[in-house]
Write a protein that binds this ligand. Structure first.
Ligand SMILES: *Cc1c(COP(=O)(O)O)cnc(C)c1O
Length: 434
């Protein structure tokens, strides 16, 4: 499989180059040159497959030039010791739980797969690999856990000071070993900008072996298509058209879904669920994406003002705004609505949503109201465990959110982070000298 840069289709790379580089040399994002169609008999017999079985079939076309079938199986086995169960709240409303990985958020899927793949590629290299990650909360800890204590790899996390929850911060800053956290005086977009600058800096590129683990890395994107296949595999009944609501920030999760759909997974519509940082909704309405300064919300992993995967979505639809509008319905909600949704879902269904999933739920219900022509089979992606946002969820009217053991253990550890301004020169100097 070859991958091209979204900025220049003739700039291409193989899987290894694309994964280790992260960004294309011209600053574009890598995309698969062709999108493989899944075999008909796989699609017909989807029902009842396990997550790993679905993942294996969906990974194969992207990996088979570089690995044997046995190696791909091993990779899937190692990357995913967890799954994505579907919980049915009613006959036509389901929640796909994407929080059963080590950091209790959906980014574990991408991070674990990328770490497993990267390790395979760097095993034979003698230069240390530096993984740079800008994070709005969940990315960083997921990636750090993926690479934790992996040989020949150091991980540098950049997160916006004061803009992640206490729990997220603990998950980011308590691992130690080959993981270093930098606390940046700025926003998530500033962190992302610093990482992009590092990749564009010829001097750094020459002295260090750099890779990015943001949702821009193609190895993060591919596995984010697998659980869409598995979601459909778990539906008790597939007669009604399927609509999937995706809590959206950088649009990596949604892009994974669109990829799965293009490969043949039968999804009729996608709902892009946003908080008040809703530049993508504005794009859906007007055909213009106007980046904005982010405003903090309860669903902070979706606080993004310039979503990087937008350019991948454009490419998937040949830049046709109409087609994008037809495929994706957008809706946005504020914090008050989010709190109310958490309360209502708990009261109606006895199910506890986190703030991101709550925005997903709201968008799904709005879609249903506005598109009554069909009886939709709705799947809401629940992207984080509610315990990660325990205070918010409890203040919204849920009496008590149980905390899984692996989270409780992290909370008792001590924070270790280095404070930084958003100056690129300082960042660069530190990178070269630590
Ligand atoms: C990252 C994240 C999102 C947004 O996903 P994107 O791929 O950036 O659109 C939503 N919810 C949670 C919990 C996240 O961590």
């Amino acid at each position: 499989m070859r991958f091209y840069s979204t900025k220049n289709k003739s700039l291409q790379a193989n899987l290894k180059e694309a994964v280790l580089r992260g960004l294309a040399p011209d600053g574009g994002l890598f995309m698969p040159l062709e999108i493989p169609l899944l075999p008909q008999n796989f699609l017909k017999n989807l029902k009842g497959l396990s997550f790993k079985e679905a993942a294996l079939e969906m990974a194969k076309p992207f990996l088979r030039d570089d690995f044997s079938l046995f190696e791909i199986e091993q990779l899937i086995e190692r990357a995913f010791p967890f799954s994505a169960p579907l919980q049915s709240l009613t006959d036509n409303l389901h929640v796909l739980e994407l929080f059963h990985g080590p950091t209790l958020a959906f980014k574990d899927f991408g991070a674990q797969f990328m770490a497993a793949l990267t390790e395979r590629f760097t095993q034979k290299q003698d230069q240390e690999l530096t993984v740079l990650v800008a994070t709005s909360g969940d990315t960083g800890s997921a990636v750090a856990h993926g690479f934790y204590r992996k040989q020949g790899v150091r991980v540098v996390l950049l997160y916006p000071s004061g803009m992640v929850s206490e729990i997220q911060e603990k998950q980011l800053t308590t691992l130690g070993a080959n993981v270093t956290a930098l606390e940046i005086e700025g926003t998530f977009d500033d962190c992302q900008w610093l990482v992009k600058q590092a990749f564009n800096d010829a001097d750094l590129r020459q002295k260090l072996l750099l890779t990015s683990a943001n949702s821009i890395n193609i190895a993060r994107l591919l596995p984010q298509s697998f659980y869409y296949g598995y979601a459909v595999a778990q539906l008790p009944d597939r007669r009604q058209p399927i609509v999937i609501s995706v809590p959206s920030g950088n649009l990596g999760n949604l892009t994974g879904g669109l990829l799965a759909q293009r490969m043949g997974i039968p999804v009729s519509r996608f709902v892009s669920a946003m908080n008040t940082n809703d530049v993508f909704m504005e794009y859906l309405q007007t055909g213009r994406l106007r980046p904005r300064i982010v405003r903090p919300t309860l669903s902070n992993a979706m606080d993004v003002g310039n979503p990087s995967n937008f350019y991948r979505i454009l490419d998937l639809f040949n830049h046709d705004h109409r087609d994008i509008q037809k495929a994706i319905y957008g809706a946005s909600f504020d914090d008050e609505q989010t709190r109310l949704a958490i309360k209502q879902v708990f009261e109606h269904y006895g199910y506890i949503l986190d703030p991101h999933g709550a925005v997903g739920f709201l968008a799904m219900e709005k879609f249903r109201t506005e598109m009554p022509a069909n009886k939709w089979q709705g799947i809401v992606l629940e992207t984080a465990h509610p315990a990660k946002f325990k205070p918010i969820v409890e203040q919204s009217g849920v009496p008590e959110v149980p905390v899984p053991y692996r989270l409780a253990a992290t909370l008792n550890k001590e924070k270790k982070a280095i404070k930084f301004s958003k100056s690129f020169d300082d960042f660069k100097e530190w990178l070269l000298n630590f």
